[in-house]
Ligand binder design. Structure first.
Ligand SMILES: Nc1ncnc2c1ncn2[C@@H]1O[C@H](COP(=O)(O)OP(=O)(O)OP(=O)(O)O)[C@@H](O)[C@H]1O
Ligand SMILES: C[C@@](O)(CCOP(=O)(O)OP(=O)(O)O)CC(=O)O
Length: 387
């Protein structure tokens, strides 16, 4: 079709080890404290987005996971902000309407960071369509306007969102602490306890926490900065003990803030607590078996019951075998993502749960940032939606 421009990109999920919770400015999405995350591999968990731009389109349209979806205020902001940075030779495109089609290969709005992958992918794809020069324009600042945690999905590896101090948000951006090549042995196992949409969104939950939780204010002023420094040291030194301890304490403190919120937010459930118990028992078991480190696995939970367990490649098969025997399933495709050998575990110190306590498991590793893909477009070649 004459004048049609079309690009398709994929964007990764990130799971924070130092949590973002609480904004100092809701509209600009400026956080109360810094945060730090691990980008998970786009081969296993990703948003894929196709954007087409054409003089014949009559209105902007968005489809998410195969259905028309409203273009909400945050998405509108990302589009309008991206248009401000359009390259000189593509200026004409800013007048054209957009068709955006996106899909996540995992549950949306279930505390699996779909908004992070989705908005990072959207902004990255807009940058390709509009010829935005990434050396001049910080895409992390654009992605932040879609969802705070999305700014960290613009980079691969280990990413630090610096809260910034200015009122206009120009210094609230993400930087890469280390690429995925720094710690290639690091693995992440996502235990999907529920893929149902959560009751209180992160946006509403963190607003309520800022208004009612004294613990949140204490944490953001007195605790987070020190933990960021220790975490960066741990990553650079590949010190799993330090990484694991800070990760678990951060998760615990975030959920303590959720409970300190009034009325409280309950994001974890009994299965989540059983997972914490299993990880603690696994760490103790490994020490008994002569492990040179205090921790072999570290849990973290976002605003939902699903667990993310960080561990190293050497322990992955053993840990998964224990999980599968402790949380049995009748699902055929129970373990997804990275291929891992799962054997029947002979270690019987872990409690057995009823089949079906976990929906499924995704195994992945630390990965790169968003990428352009040349095939598998989600729109037809003429820019129409695939129905
Ligand atoms: N692929 C996508 N493209 C654009 N926007 C998306 C995409 N996926 C999700 N979103 C947006 O993110 C919203 C879901 O965000 P929400 O914060 O509720 O859930 P989550 O990101 O899965 O959980 P959490 O942020 O707590 O980990 C969707 O309603 C939609 O607006
Ligand atoms: C618990 C968290 O996952 C919170 C994520 O919050 P969002 O980035 O989804 O919130 P908004 O900025 O309002 O879109 C912790 C984290 O990812 O750091």
């Amino acid at each position: 079709m004459e004048g049609l421009v079309m690009k398709t990109c994929e964007g990764p999920v990130n799971i924070a080890v130092i949590k973002y919770w609480g904004k100092r400015n809701d509209e600009l999405i400026l956080p109360m404290n810094d945060s730090l995350s691990v980008t998970l591999h786009v081969d296993h968990l990703r948003s894929r987005t196709t954007i087409a731009c054409s003089p014949v389109f009559k209105e902007d349209e968005f489809w998410l996971n195969g259905k028309p979806f409203p273009i909400n205020e945050r998405m509108r902001t990302c589009i309008e902000e991206a248009k401000k940075h359009i390259s000189e030779e593509k200026k004409e495109l800013s007048k054209y309407k957009l068709r955006i089609c996106s899909e996540n290969n995992f549950a949306t709005a279930a505390g699996l960071a779909s908004s992070a992958a989705g908005f990072a992918c959207l902004v990255y794809c807009l940058a390709q369509v509009y010829g935005i020069d990434e050396k001049v324009v910080d895409l992390t600042i654009l992605a932040r306007r879609g969802s705070g945690s999305a700014c960290r999905s613009i980079y691969g590896g280990f990413v630090w969102w610096q809260k910034g101090t200015s009122d206009d948000g120009h210094d609230s951006k993400a930087v890469q602490v280390a690429s995925e090549a720094r710690w290639p042995e690091l693995r992440a196992v996502i235990l999907v306890v529920s893929h149902k949409q959560k009751d209180v969104s992160s946006k509403d939950g963190m607003k309520r926490s800022r208004e009612t939780s004294q613990l949140l204010h204490f944490r953001s002023k007195q605790i987070v900065q020190q933990r960021i420094e220790s975490m960066i040291k741990a990553i650079n030194a590949k010190d799993f003990d330090a990484f694991a301890e800070i990760t678990m304490k951060e998760s615990n403190q975030f959920h303590a803030v959720a409970l300190d919120t009034f009325p409280p937010c309950f994001y974890m459930n009994d299965v989540s607590r059983n997972v914490i118990d299993l990880v603690n028992k696994y760490n103790a078991y490994k020490v008994d078996m002569g492990s040179s480190t205090r921790y072999s696995a570290a849990y973290t939970f976002d605003a939902g019951p699903n667990a993310c367990i960080y561990l190293q490649d050497k322990d992955l098969s053993e840990f998964l075998s224990i999980i599968v025997s402790s949380f049995p399933s009748i699902e055929k495709e129970y373990v997804r993502g990275l291929p891992v050998e799962v054997v029947s575990s002979s270690v019987d110190i872990f409690p057995k749960h009823a089949p079906g306590a976990l929906d499924y498991i995704i195994c992945t590793k630390v990965g790169p940032g968003p990428r352009v893909i040349e095939s598998d477009h989600l729109l037809n070649p003429d820019g129409s939606f695939k129905v």
